[in-house]
Ligand binder design. Structure first.
Ligand SMILES: Nc1ncnc2c1ncn2[C@@H]1O[C@H](COP(=O)(O)OP(=O)(O)OP(=O)(O)O)[C@@H](O)[C@H]1O
Ligand SMILES: [Mg+2]
Length: 339
């Protein structure tokens, strides 16, 4: 990759992104042949949407968080943004439609994968390697060239990600204790940074970490965005107050629909103007996610099986009167949300 590419700034926009899953059902049992014949794709009307008409924007120099409860479609959206699920193509079990624009031009997935790094939700590290060996291995694989440039890059990354003190420790796994969870997340990020990507997509960088380690990881990402103009997109479940302050924009997903996109300040304003009373001990994002869990999807499966895609995708989310209850601490209170 040339210098110009690594220093470029990329704004990503998604327009009307939908991902439809084709489910298959098995009727009855029997021989392999019978079993094969009996697997029938169920009709289109029974297909499920993992994402529906999602509009999204991530800017260079900012951290954009995709938030939502488990199963909301966060990883799926990140995969599409990362070019591993491609729009317009029918993949094994899903079909993606809509548009992803990079600096206002349609994304070329192959090219985009070169200028971006994608850190998956599950750690894809070799437990028997030391931290230094792992990063060096990734650098040699991705950069090509000789050992020296790879070694120099690995050295920089270990320093940047505060991993020098565990450089010679094995990564480990459940059966062999190695580095900590937070350190593993940082190694995973280092591995994806070896080619100095301009865009970094990270699935759940803070999951499983204590609040201090989570803050550490997000601070690191924030400095990469702010100082080097990288576009950072991450998915997140329940960020603490301090992590929240580092996020520039947030996309709130619920059952595959984007219910909010923008800054946290205006999310708070919107909730308040919708009649919500946000408890003082609950942060605005956590509150919004909890409230959204109770949202109902209407028109999810169209009555008219032959309707056009646009009709099929028409999807209204009604905020029904929801009672959200928070039971932590003596501040327990119940709030009514009126959307
Ligand atoms: N290839 C697939 N086959 C079957 N179901 C799928 C597939 N991909 C996604 N799904 C379903 O789509 C929904 C969204 O999945 P996704 O992994 O994007 O959610 P998520 O928001 O990342 O959840 P989590 O926070 O638990 O990681 C889930 O219900 C999931 O089971
Ligand atoms: Mg996920």
């Amino acid at each position: 990759m040339d210098q110009e590419e690594t220093e470029a700034r990329y704004n990503i926009k998604a327009k009307k992104l939908s991902c439809r899953l084709s489910r298959t059902v098995v009727h009855g049992g029997g021989s392999w042949l019978r079993w094969w014949k009996q697997i029938k794709p169920i009709d289109a009307a029974a297909d499920e949407y993992i994402l529906r008409n999602v509009e999204f924007e991530a800017r260079a120099g900012e951290i954009t968080a995709i938030a939502g409860s488990s199963g909301a479609g966060k990883t799926t959206l990140l995969q599409i943004l990362g070019g591993s699920l491609v729009t317009g193509c029918r993949q094994a079990s899903s079909r993606v439609s809509g548009e992803v624009l990079v600096n206002e031009k349609p994304m070329n997935a192959l090219w985009f994968r070169r200028i971006s790094g994608y850190v998956t939700q599950d750690e894809a590290l070799f437990p028997l390697l030391t931290v230094e060996e792992m990063v060096l291995y990734a650098a040699r694989l991705r950069l090509g060239g000789g050992v020296q440039p790879a070694r120099a890059r690995a050295e920089i990354l270990l320093k940047e990600l505060a991993l020098e003190h565990v450089a010679s420790v094995r990564i480990g796994d459940e059966s062999r204790r190695g580095i900590s969870g937070g350190e593993k997340r940082r190694v995973s990020i280092a591995v994806e940074l070896v080619h100095n990507p301009a865009v970094l997509l990270i699935d759940e960088p803070t999951s499983g970490l204590d609040s201090g380690s989570a803050l550490n990881v997000v601070q690191l990402l924030q400095s990469m965005a702010a100082e080097h103009g990288k576009t950072v997109v991450l998915t997140i479940h329940q960020p603490g107050f301090r992590v929240l302050k580092l996020l520039d924009r947030v996309l709130l997903l619920s059952n595959g629909a984007a219910l909010y996109e923008g800054t946290l300040a205006s999310l708070e304003e919107r909730l308040i103007s919708a009649g919500s009373c946000i408890p003082r001990h609950v942060n605005v994002l956590e509150f919004a996610i909890d409230v959204l869990k109770n949202l109902r999807r209407d028109g999810e499966r169209s009555e008219d099986h032959h309707s056009s895609d646009a009709d099929e995708l028409r999807y209204d989310v009604h905020i029904k009167q929801t009672r959200a209850s928070y039971s932590n601490g003596r501040f327990t209170e119940e709030v009514w949300i009126l959307g």
